[in-house]
Design a protein around this ligand. Structure first.
Ligand code: FES
Length: 316
């Protein structure tokens, strides 16, 4: 659908906020906390941005975009857009939902990872559900949406930490995660290293995997194209074999063979290309699947993952 940028604002250093609304003022499709939209930019670029406004709102979507000059161009293109521009977006999708029946929720955000976490905080505050939000950035100027976090509904719940502060004022993860009470759920979004340290600390404190939820906003530092040999994929429906060369993705090989698998991020982040695996052992290189899902080896993300076995049979 098409939406207009009705407001563009500085949310922090290098972070722009965008408020999107329908041109005719009609209600937007409803969303749940943790949801994102795909934004379609010129040149076929598609990027995912989390919705950070209250899910109770239907008149607007609010996203925050960190300008990353070294990235693949999406954030730079977004920052160049002016108020009044028209954007093509998808309906909201949610791969990072809240467990609303939790007795308590702990929300952790690193850097631009605040965006889905802020939407979750809005929802939990509206439900009057107990939660804590812990937001870590390099310095105060890089902490986005601080004005919202200072509003009364987040009083006593939102805690900000800065790497530039003395060690005594930084987050003590071990202490914060010490009580892994049943019924408590943890949500984390941010850089891969931040997510890893939060989850590892939680696991060491006895949190179960079912209590842990995370969303990456960029692929972990892994080389998707890192060499692995050529292999074959077999399309179960037709029995057709497609060769995947050592330097091409499964998606590229399938597309060249005329087989269409929907994609979006092409980085193993969004889950759009999730495909069932019927035989063979995938070489998972995404940041979307959980450890349990990877171990099951019954699905993979063909935009980035490869194969450890000479043949993968796909449910296509
Ligand atoms: Fe996003 Fe494959 S297209 S995970």
């Amino acid at each position: 659908m098409e939406v207009r940028i009705v407001r563009k604002f500085a949310a922090a250093d290098d972070i722009c906020g965008f408020e999107l609304a329908r041109e005719d003022g009609a209600a937007l499709p409803a969303f749940t906390a943790g949801a994102h939209i795909d934004v379609h930019l010129d040149g076929g670029i598609v990027r995912q941005y989390s919705l950070c406004n209250s899910p109770a709102e239907t008149h607007r979507y609010v996203i925050g975009v960190l300008r990353e000059p070294a990235s693949r161009g999406g954030s730079v293109a977004m920052h160049a857009l002016a108020e009044g521009s028209v954007l093509r977006i998808s309906e909201p999708k949610n791969h990072f939902p809240l467990s609303e029946g939790a007795t308590r929720s702990l929300l952790f955000a690193g850097g631009i990872g605040i965006t889905p976490i802020l939407g979750m905080a809005e929802r939990l505050a509206a439900l009057d559900a107990p939660f804590e939000l812990h937001y870590c950035t390099r310095e105060p100027a890089r902490a986005a949406f601080r004005d919202r976090l200072a509003e009364p509904r987040f009083a006593g719940c939102a805690h900000l930490y800065f790497d530039s502060a003395p060690v005594s004022e930084r987050i003590d993860l071990a202490a914060t995660l010490a009580a892994a009470a049943p019924g408590t759920h943890l949500y984390v979004c941010g850089p891969a290293g931040f997510i890893a340290v939060v989850l590892d600390t939680a696991r060491a404190a006895g949190w179960s995997e079912a209590q842990l939820h995370r969303e990456y906003f960029a692929a972990a530092a892994q080389d998707h194209a890192a060499a692995s040999g050529a292999f074959q994929v077999k399309l179960a429906a037709s029995g057709r074999i497609v060769e995947v060369d050592h330097d091409e993705t499964v998606i590229a090989a399938l597309t060249a063979a005329g087989v269409d698998v929907p994609t979006s991020c092409e980085q193993g982040v969004c889950g759009t290309c999730l495909t069932r695996v019927l035989e063979g052992e995938p070489d998972h290189r995404d940041v979307y699947l959980t450890d349990d899902e990877r171990a099951a080896n019954d699905c993979f993300l063909p935009c980035c993952s490869r194969s450890k076995s000479p043949l993968l049979v796909l449910d296509l």
